[in-house]
Design a protein around this ligand. Sequence first.
Ligand code: C2E
Ligand code: CA
Ligand code: CA
Length: 726
Amino acid sequence: MSKEKRDIGQPDILQKYCGSMSRRKRKILIVDDDEVSCAVLGNILQSCYDIITAGNGKEALDILKKRKNDISLILLDLIMPVMDGYEFLDIMMADPHFSTIPVIVTTVKEQEEDEIRSMKKGAADFVTKPYRPEIVRCRVERIIHLRETAAVLNVIERDRLTGLYSRETFYMEVQRILEEDPDGKYDLVVADAENFKVVNERLGVKIGDKVLCYMAERYQRNIGNHGICTRMHGDVFAMLIPHGDGSWKEKLLWQWDEEVDGIPLRNLVIKYGVYENVSRKIDSYAMCDRAILALNRIKNRYGKYVSMYDDSLRATLLREQQILDTMELALKERQFQVYYQPKYDIESNHISGAEALVRWIHPELGFMSPGEFIPLFEKNGFISKLDYYVWEETCKNLRKWKDEGHRSISVSVNISRRDFDEPDLAEQIIDLTEKYGIDRELLHLEITESVYTDEPEYIVRTVKRLRDSGFKIEMDDFGSGYSSLNMLSELSIDVLKLDMKFVQSSSRDRKSILGFVISLAKWLNLATIAEGVENEEQVEKLRSLGCDYVQGFYYAKPMPLQEFERYLEKDSNQDEKKREDQTGRGSLMPEEREKRPYKVLIVEDSEMNREILRSMLEPYYYIEEASNGKEAYDYLCGHFGEISIILLDLVMPVMDGFQFMKLRSRDERLSDIPVIITSESHEDGDLMALRVGADYFAGKPYKKELVLRAIETTIERWKWKKSNEY
Ligand code: C2E
Ligand code: CA
Ligand code: CA
């Protein structure tokens, strides 16, 4: 919050109030049963005021009920029929809606007793009959003025809706409390109801106001007399609370299980920014700013409710601000540089392409990694400008390499989620390739996995359009999010880019999934690239699993254009023979294995296929056979617990694989045995296999290494799953 913003709020109210005070013709209610007396008073006052009259106290109350906000003053006779002046005073002073309206009592001269009695009941002043016009006008004017200045003060001091301190008063009170208690420790907490907008939108502002009043009351009640509270604006409250051992937590983090007008409050998401143990070196505005800074960090972040301020946060935020302040100029001055990181063909060990990765050479902050500024640009939308710049630089270079007769390699660029906000994204990229006259196949587009899960339809359409126009699409960071495997077959993609953590993780489970994903990609005719490859062991593992391409520090780091060109040159001249030496060393050679204590059930109608599988597996596993689902089911019923894994064909007579899977899903004992589908790779049933709940697949024609790996992986995963179930 800037100082500028702070200053406009309060004086604004003041101005509005005073402005209306001077322009408006005020209304005076004259209550008297004597019509002549009414007329005389009316005459005295009507040039400056609007006059309303009532014949007795009861009539006067009826008028007040309708126009309480309109009436600036009441002139009240004491002796009247129906309801006299005293009774009227008693009733109106007891009602908070009316009690602030000043009353001048009209008495007959020398009736001191009446005057005293009515003043005790709350009348502000009196005038005596017969009226002397000058005196009446003066008293009326003075009383109205007094009341209105008091009202203005009240507006400033209190928030009109909730009755809490106004913001300005809160700032002053904070200052006062800290000065009066120089050794006390205090925390400043700002609370924001994140989804309050919904209340207003769905239920209307009136209910919204009620909820706010309730919240105000609740905050105030919880902090009690120990702290002070203000509504800063909207649904944002600020509190100063004495620091005790985490005392703000006890006071604020309660369950909102009440209802307001039948609206349950438990769904309100309240977020707290906490500046603990406030420093007296800064003023109360700055204290609130710090709590708000902390609060902003967790806005819209699921599951995070409390954020603490600390000085490093401030430093980070200042740096972030500097980044945002300088980004436009940086783009103009070409401070952003595109680096290239080579991608290698794992078999030939040659460069097959590169990824364009942006760097910022900042004149003051120095060399900056995208990890620092990209998330900020994604938030404020600047990323689409920067990305366009990177794409254009990349296209320029592809053109340059073409002109200079370099070997043609592909370069992939990153497409951010925000880039899809541009309705003409596809056109932009197509136009670039046309402008530089480059082959679209050479520009790969890396689109991160999470983009697809976000808003599939619209994005899938754009991606399809790009792919149909000839670009290669790589799904970046695959495995980092929650994309369903089924989705893969429906998306327009060419390459699965496996998330770094697959390669770098040492968790056995993740490693066996790696094998599974690579096989799945093959099955779907997608190429695979693994990124974040940092050592030889990882390369060997990926090679043995059949991964196609690799990228990572083990091979090369991202580098500036010139260096990359030299790299490419060297790569082209590399000795062919050396390549051959480096390939073909799988780590899971069958010879290294011994017979395992597992029994495999082959369910397959073709005798020949059963024979092939048996001969492949015999040296390592015990084998049983069945020629269709029914036979398998009958066998299993007699031999529970003996079979470790089922290899299941899908198309069979009597009972096919789908029917068998259905049966299995209903039988707890059967669903405890993992299933690998062994079917034609191009059959329609392939994807169905996954959908029906199989654990893995090994398509025909069978490859020994693949089938063995499928079994091994599945059993490992199954064991892992079991061990985690208890
Ligand atoms: P990314 O697309 O997943 O890019 C891969 C990141 O991994 C790069 O980080 C790369 O330098 C790094 N990397 C490569 N090999 C290894 C390795 O062996 N080990 C480790 N630990 N890391 C490796 P970088 O360049 O810092 O980029 C970070 C992220 O910033 C990128 O992740 C990408 O999401 C984003 N980014 C970079 N440039 C651009 C761009 O021009 N546009 C957009 N939208 N995003 C970009
Ligand atoms: Ca990428
Ligand atoms: Ca990535």
